[in-house]
Ligand binder design. Structure first.
Ligand code: ATP
Ligand code: MG
Length: 359
């Protein structure tokens, strides 16, 4: 009869719409499972709400509030539109939270779902994105952004790559591969950025030796990898890569299997987990009730599964399954949202998921 504390961050753009949908579905699924599990929801400001109330997109009250949770639902943020004071020389809200909580592992699965138009057959792969280093680094010089204007016409960007951070993300990737098709692909650019990416590649291979001979390993340069992903995505199982490449590859994979609106992700530090859609705040469709909340719903499923594993609590897996089945059935049979070729609004889709759950 466990109670879990979950943070809820509504964020910007389509954030409030897709996070609200996820909380509603989670509440309905908890009721449906009726297995004694309860959740306590803690709404905390992030993004424009934080700027307006506390002059900070990730105010102290939010960080403090999250410390006391098992995990949280993180909305996207439209940080590109923030006033210069918050936009320049500062991490964006995801970066700030990843840094503050050392959420080093970003897991981004992409699989073709029935009812969607996959451009790459039955692809089913998981991208592990190192979350704390590289060119989108939190450990960099220059106020943590890694960027510096040498003069008004010259910009300099630095990146940090360490053995320690590479080892921990590689272990996560290999561990998951053991439960899947047992293949890991390391993605880098060691032919051009030699020190940094050779270190990343070689440390991943070293970690791979601990999983030998069960797990098969290979590696590709990022440019070749984008071509392989388009041509033969079905062959990939687990991909482990650096921060920037992981950001790009997971968007590519997400859209190839159907829509960015389906792309879920989970950020973890081993103790807490942050569920977060892999896409951005989609300002082009914000406030129109047309966004696909599936990305956030499936991120919530990932959070529940991670908590189930971490707390050895099968009841959470039952709730996760209730949500996942209802979402997948709704996508397969309709109604679906615009990005998938349907006409359902965000709220209509969400209601359909809840109705299916209760059927
Ligand atoms: P960021 O830098 O914050 O990741 P981005 O530039 O990658 O942002 P997104 O906000 O991810 O851009 O949007 C990319 C495109 O995908 C947009 O056209 C947007 O409308 C669409 N999109 C993103 N998420 C969804 C969703 N949940 N449902 C429908 N369309 C979406
Ligand atoms: Mg993006």
């Amino acid at each position: 009869m466990a109670n879990y504390k979950l943070g809820v961050l509504y964020g910007d753009g389509i954030g409030p719409e897709i996070v609200k949908a996820s909380v509603e579905v989670l509440k309905a699924a908890t009721q449906q499972a009726n297995n004694g599990t309860t959740f306590e929801y803690k709404e905390l400001p992030m993004g424009w709400e934080g700027i307006k109330k506390y002059n900070d997109p990730v105010p102290e009250i939010t960080k403090k509030g999250l410390e006391d949770t098992n995990g949280w639902l993180m909305a996207p943020h439209d940080s590109a539109a923030y006033p210069d004071e918050h936009r320049i020389s500062k991490r964006n809200p995801s970066g700030e939270l990843r840094h503050h909580f050392d959420l080093y592992s970003n897991v981004r699965p992409s699989r073709a779902l029935p009812g969607t138009t996959s451009l790459v057959g039955n692809a089913d792969l998981v991208v592990f994105r190192e979350n704390t280093e590289g060119f989108l680094s939190d450990r960099n010089m220059y106020k943590g952004t890694g960027e510096y204007m040498v003069n008004k016409d010259v910009a300099l960007v630095t990146g940090v790559f360490t053995r320690q951070a590479t080892e921990r993300i590689a272990h996560e990737a290999f561990k998951l591969a053991m439960t899947r098709r047992k293949k890991v692909t390391i993605v880098h650019k060691a032919n051009v950025i030699k020190f940094a990416y050779e270190l990343f590649r070689d440390v991943c291979y070293e970690v791979g030796e601990k999983y030998y001979p069960e797990v098969e390993v290979n590696d590709f340069h990022i440019d070749a990898m984008t071509a392989h992903l388009v041509r033969r995505a079905e062959e990939f199982d687990v991909i482990v890569t650096t921060n920037l490449f992981g950001d790009i590859l997971s968007d590519l994979a997400g859209e190839l299997v159907g829509s960015l609106g389906l792309s879920a992700s989970l950020n973890t530090n081993g103790e807490q987990a942050m569920a977060q859609a892999a896409h951005g705040s989609a300002p082009d469709i914000a406030g129109q009730n047309v966004a696909n909340p599936t990305s956030m719903l499936l991120s919530t499923v990932m959070l529940l599964q991670w908590l189930a594993n971490h707390h050895d609590d099968h009841h959470l897996n039952v709730i996760a399954e209730v949500i996942e089945n209802a979402v997948l059935q709704t996508i397969a049979e309709g109604p679906t949202t615009r990005d998938l070729g349907g006409t359902a609004s965000t709220t209509e889709f969400t209601e359909a998921v809840i109705t299916r759950m209760q059927a």
